[in-house]
Design a protein around this ligand. Structure first.
Ligand code: BV8
Length: 245
């Protein structure tokens, strides 16, 4: 840990300690140390092997439902092996921090976060693509493949996640927007900040006067908004930022 790194951690810690209404906005980089693939990191990112607009979209699903469900099965099996890391646990121990996440895994929940807003849905269940309302939890270590909805039989089952071109869950979005407007500090963790409208929450918080602290392994599109930017792994930095000394 270089000395200026230690100084920037100390400055960010002071800002967090004096905040009265903190929130956290997280992305795939928070779960990466748990072995869950990110979306845009070169090399192992999920999108590097597949075209996101093809696999995480209604068009891609109707074009090749078997391929899409095989992609989700691979991701689910990877997530089934994952455990919450020190970053998840450090966040879970701070019950004063509202968690807004783009992640569809259940690691923040399993770490013990109870104030959790999942903007892009939840990969641990499937629902009827035709909105008959049928939902079922899936066995992540033995995930289902392409199949028709057992309730209506008219449409296929698909993950309860928000695909490109689909609206975010309205209750989650309005809660996240209100939280971003009212917070006095936003901790932005492990996101490339390129997916909208989620990434706009950082601008909303900044415009409302909140202190923006970014924890990421590289600079991102949100870097210009940062009051403090800590470049490094969330698994290592979050305990240093959040744990009481
Ligand atoms: C909407 C769920 C309107 C699925 C996801 C053209 C066509 C269609 C739409 C659009 C278009 N152009 C623009 C759009 C809008 C589109 C969009 O933003 N596209 C972008 C990509 C250009 N948005 C949408 O379509 C949204 N819906 O606009 O609807 C509408 C309104 C009303 C009615 C109907 C429609 C829906 C967006 C949601 C898409 N779903 N996922 C699934 O998971 O399969 S997005 C996907 O990206 C994930 O959810 C993920 O969370 C999200 C963001 O990615 P990140 O989390 O940031 O991950 P990434 O890999 O990018 O970055 C990780 C970062 O962590 C990196 O910086 C890395 O350096 C860092 N890192 C790595 N390791 C660590 C680390 N940092 C710290 N520590 C570490 N150890």
């Amino acid at each position: 840990m270089t000395s200026d790194h230690a100084e920037s951690i100390a400055a960010a810690r002071t800002a967090i300690q004096s905040s009265r209404n903190p929130c956290c906005f997280s992305g795939a980089g928070l779960s990466a140390p748990s072995g869950v693939g990110t979306f845009r990191d070169p090399g192992d990112g999920w999108w590097s092997r597949h075209d996101p607009m093809k696999l995480a979209s209604p068009e891609g699903f109707s074009e090749d439902p078997e391929l899409v469900m095989k992609w989700y099965a691979a991701r689910r099996e990877q997530m089934a092996q994952a455990r919450p890391n020190a970053g998840h646990l450090a966040l879970a121990n701070r019950k004063d921090i509202v968690q807004i996440t783009q992640n569809t895994d259940d690691l923040l929940e399993r770490a013990g976060c109870d104030r959790l807003v999942q903007l892009h849905g939840d990969i641990t269940s499937d629902r009827c693509h035709g909105h008959c309302g049928h939902v079922e939890r899936v066995d992540m270590s033995n995930p289902p493949l392409d199949r028709m909805c057992p309730a209506c039989g008219d449409e296929r089952m698909r993950p309860t996640v928000t695909w490109f071109g689909e609206a975010l869950p309205s209750s989650a979005w309005s809660l996240a927007e209100q939280t971003a407007r009212e917070c006095d500090l936003m901790l932005v963790v492990g996101t490339s900040a390129v997916v909208y409208p989620a990434a706009a929450l950082i601008e909303v918080a900044s415009r409302s006067g909140a202190t923006i602290i970014i924890v990421n392994s590289e600079a991102t599109a949100a870097s210009p908004l940062a009051d403090h930017e800590l470049i490094g792994s969330a698994e290592e930095l979050l305990p240093r930022l959040l744990e009481s000394s």
